[in-house]
Design a binder for this molecule. Structure first.
Ligand code: GDG
Length: 493
């Protein structure tokens, strides 16, 4: 293993998790495997292309793992204790910020102990980035677990260009203002030069929070911060005034890799096998989500069960496959959600299933990507009914997979993807009647209409892939880097 302890990197990604999971190989030796998940899926190709370093937690408590390289990635672990994981990760990140930023679908916990751990852990990440970033390097901080890092890092390393991307929504000020540490969070983010959001509305909500809390001007997505010591807090964190840009950069997927998978005969055979194993129904509906209360799984089940009850769908020729991959299983709200979902599955199957056919085929597992693609290919109707979702990559993955220009996407207007995927059947998942109508429309849609819609959707996803997302963000960030002449002029003043 190469020793990269003393190396400096021009490009550094900072994220809560490293993009790998520790595994044990057949011969019993430890190794690493690239882990699934939205952020990893999005950033892995970017990292490889830029030959950068990635700072993050390994996923194991009290892990003394040194910096290492695997699969061409330079990885720098941040050690987190069991108590830090409980308070910073499961606590402040997943039990405070996650529910608050998803419009309080679940009640956020406001705990001072959580907050204190969040500050301390954010400091660890900022220090790790400050230690390995090259002079005037670029650091890209990812997501809601690390909102204080931009400011902490700027204070440690004013030479760096700092970007931040928020993968989840940013809530309206009326909700955000509940947060006892709302000022600190906004100040933390304003340490960045560029703050990226999924939707235009998220950037708008953030800029409104800046105005409401600090009364600084924010025209055209630019926050004009006064020099340190001048004006009201927050100051620019430097002796010069600074501009921070906040804009939307909708994330996407590595679309070509999905197209390549669909071209594989074994994947297509598997799709056919899945349909066969399900009893060759006329309609396969599919949901693929982390088991999370933001994803609207209950609403989906409610609509489907009502359609069965009303005889508008029949288990003899329709099945709903729900992959609910295990997530945050130590957080109480998630334990309760799992119980509730599994109770519902039992009820719906008990009520409407037959010896030959289940109504809902529920699977609480993670699957390899090949299997996911085979499922997408087999699914006539894809149900994405999130109550609030930053983007929702599953919707884009389904579309990328359907090289046959077939399949219907039912998509919540509360997922960021709805801003781009306008030819989907857009739904308000709270409106169960509307959701039922959309499901029936999807089931009965003509081949011609399916083709027209899917072609337009595919055009969008294939031309706006993750490479374009990261390029757009990094190009915008590079434009904000002060030029040598601007630096000289500032120094001469
Ligand atoms: C956050 C934001 C935003 C899921 N189960 C399996 C599996 N997955 C993959 C999916 C997809 C990813 O995980 C999930 O991404 P989503 O975007 O749907 O949702 P979050 O995990 O909540 O991600 C979200 C995203 O960040 C990126 O910015 O879009 O709004 O909440 O890629 O396919 N992959 C495999 N097996 C599984 O069982 N292989």
């Amino acid at each position: 293993m190469a020793d990269i302890e003393d190396e400096r990197f021009d490009f550094v990604v900072v994220a809560n998790r490293l993009p790998v999971d520790r595994i044990t190989t057949h011969d019993g030796s430890p190794s690493w495997k690239t882990s699934p998940g939205g952020l990893v899926t999005a950033l892995e190709p970017v990292m490889r292309a830029n030959d950068g370093a990635w700072i993050g937690w390994t996923g194991t408590a009290d892990d003394d793992q040194d910096a290492f390289e695997t699969g061409g990635l330079h990885l720098v672990p941040v050690r987190l204790s069991a108590s830090e994981i409980e308070l910073y990760y499961e606590g402040f990140s997943n039990d405070t910020i996650w529910p608050l930023y998803h419009d309080v679908i679940a009640q956020p916990t406001y705990s001072r102990r959580f907050w204190e751990a969040y500050v301390e852990v954010n400091r660890k990440f900022a220090e790790a980035a400050a230690a390995i970033a090259a002079d005037a390097g670029t650091v890209w901080v990812q997501d809601y677990q690390l909102q204080l890092v931009p400011r902490m890092l700027r204070e440690l390393r004013p030479d760096l260009v700092i970007g931040f991307f928020n993968h989840i929504p940013f809530p309206a000020y009326g909700l955000f203002s509940q947060l006892p540490w709302r000022r600190e969070i906004v100040e933390g983010l304003l340490g960045a030069d560029l703050i990226g959001f999924q939707r235009r509305a998220d950037a708008g909500n953030f800029l409104r929070a800046v105005r409401r809390l600090f009364h600084v001007p924010t025209g055209h997505g630019r926050v004009e911060l006064p020099a340190a010591g001048e004006g009201r807090w927050p100051n620019s964190m430097s002796d010069q005034p600074r501009t921070v840009v906040a804009r939307h950069f909708p994330i996407s997927i590595d679309a070509r890799s999905y197209v390549e998978l669909v071209e594989r005969q074994d994947v297509r055979d598997r799709a056919a096998q899945i349909r066969h194993d399900l009893g060759n129904p006329s309609t396969i509906m599919l949901g693929v989500d982390r088991l999370d209360y933001t994803k609207g799984i209950r609403h989906r089940f409610a609509a489907y069960a009502e359609l069965l009850a009303e005889g508008k769908l029949d288990v003899d020729d329709t099945v709903l496959v729900q992959i609910a991959s295990p997530s945050r299983e130590r957080v109480e709200t998630y334990k309760a959600l799992r119980d509730e979902i599994e109770l519902t599955v039992g009820r719906v199957n008990g009520e409407y299933g037959t010896i030959a056919h289940s109504a809902i085929n529920y699977l609480h597992h993670g699957y390899p990507r090949e299997e996911m693609v085979a499922l997408f290919l087999a699914a006539d109707v894809m149900l994405v009914t999130a109550l609030r979702d930053g983007m929702n990559l599953v919707a884009k993955e389904y579309v990328a997979t359907r090289a046959d220009d077939d399949g219907v996407l039912v998509l919540s207007e509360f997922a960021g993807a709805a801003d781009e995927l306008k030819q989907a059947l857009l739904v308000n998942p709270h409106d169960i009647e509307g959701l039922k109508r959309a499901m029936l429309t999807a089931v009965h849609m003509s081949r011609q209409e399916r083709r027209t819609r899917m072609r337009a959707l595919r055009h969008r996803v294939l031309t706006h892939d993750v490479e374009r997302w990261s390029k757009d963000f990094l190009d915008a960030l590079a434009q904000l880097r002060p030029t040598e002449s601007a630096k000289a002029a500032a120094a001469a003043e």
